[in-house]
Each structure stands twice: as C-alpha cells, then as structure tokens.
Design a protein around this ligand. Structure first.
Ligand SMILES: [Zn+2]
Ligand SMILES: [Zn+2]
Length: 172
C-alpha cells in the first residue's frame, strides 16, 4: 500500500501554508473582474470578500451553495431569466429589511438557505415568500457568515467570483 502525503499549498496573497486553495476572481480597481484567478487561503478569502463587498455599491443575494464548484456573483443585467432568477432573487433584497442582523449597519446583502433553490431546476429559484430563514447582513457580517459556512463544510471554492461592478446580482 502506498501512502501519498499531500503537500500543503501556499496562499498567493499571504504566503502561508493551507491544505488547499480557493480559486478566486477578484474585482479590479475599475470594478471589473480580473481575468486571472488567484489562489487564496481561507483567511485571505475572507479579507478579499470584505474588501469586495465594501467596494461593491449595489445589493446582492448569496444563495447557500449546493457545492464548492463555480459559485460566484452574477449581475442581474447579464441574466436572461427574469422569471426564474431575477424576480425571485430580487424579492430577498427588499429595502424595508435593510439593517444587519448582527449590528445596526445598513445591510445590502442577503444570505438565503438551500430551500431557495427551486426543486425543478438547478438554476431556478423560489421567491422570498416560499423560503424561511433568509438573513440580511452588512459587509463584514456577510463575509464572516459566508466564510463560517465554507469552513463548516470544509469547502475550498473553485472559480469563485466576488461581487463586482455596480449592479444588483446574485451569487449562485
Ligand atoms: Zn492567505
Ligand atoms: Zn453587521
């Protein structure tokens, strides 16, 4: 029997060792996504997420990921499916519930649970009225909730796209 020891990877941002890397597309200063991803440890992913959420001027929904693959921000303006995606996800971003669950800051981000995924399709969502347990967050608390969730699953994200540009959108 052969035992292969997996070498730890090095984070491209801080240089620390990490068991695996998150592959992340960061927004640039111009507000677009860089076309080359960077490999980040979980701590650097959290910092990058906080920075991206502060720089991002609009609102976004994080739908609880089904897996660790290809999960990232997608602006509603590029989305064609109004009925299955834009309208249901926008329903989570009502301006009336816009304070963070954990602090008094303005909340532009919403975390919604797995049941937001419509049972009929991989890319169709339920409206807020059909989902319980969505949470509004400020930048820091959205990032810490998301990273806490990733850690609890032991996930290292592939092709993760942080929020960019200036328009509302979803992460899914
Ligand atoms: Zn790092
Ligand atoms: Zn907060």
């Amino acid at each position: 029997m052969f035992g292969f020891l997996k070498k730890p990877k090095l984070c491209q941002q801080c240089g620390n060792e990490t068991p695996k890397l998150h592959t992340v597309y960061l927004p640039s200063f111009s507000g677009q996504l860089s076309d080359k991803p960077v490999g980040l440890c979980t701590e650097c992913l959290q910092q990058a997420t906080v920075s991206a959420l502060h720089a991002f001027p609009a609102r976004a929904v994080y739908v609880e990921p089904i897996c660790d693959d290809n999960y990232g921000f997608y602006p509603f303006s590029l989305e064609k499916d109004r009925e299955g995606i834009i309208e249901p996800l926008s329903s989570f971003l009502s301006s009336s519930a816009d304070t963070c669950q954990h602090c008094s800051k303005r909340a532009r981000f919403c975390w919604t649970p797995l049941e937001t995924w419509h049972e009929s399709s991989d890319l169709k969502f339920n409206n807020k009225s059909a989902v319980s347990g969505s949470i509004m967050f400020c930048e820091e608390h959205m990032a810490s909730h998301f990273i806490g969730w990733i850690k609890s699953k032991g996930y290292y994200l592939h092709e993760h796209r942080l929020p960019y540009g200036g328009e509302d959108g979803g992460c899914y």
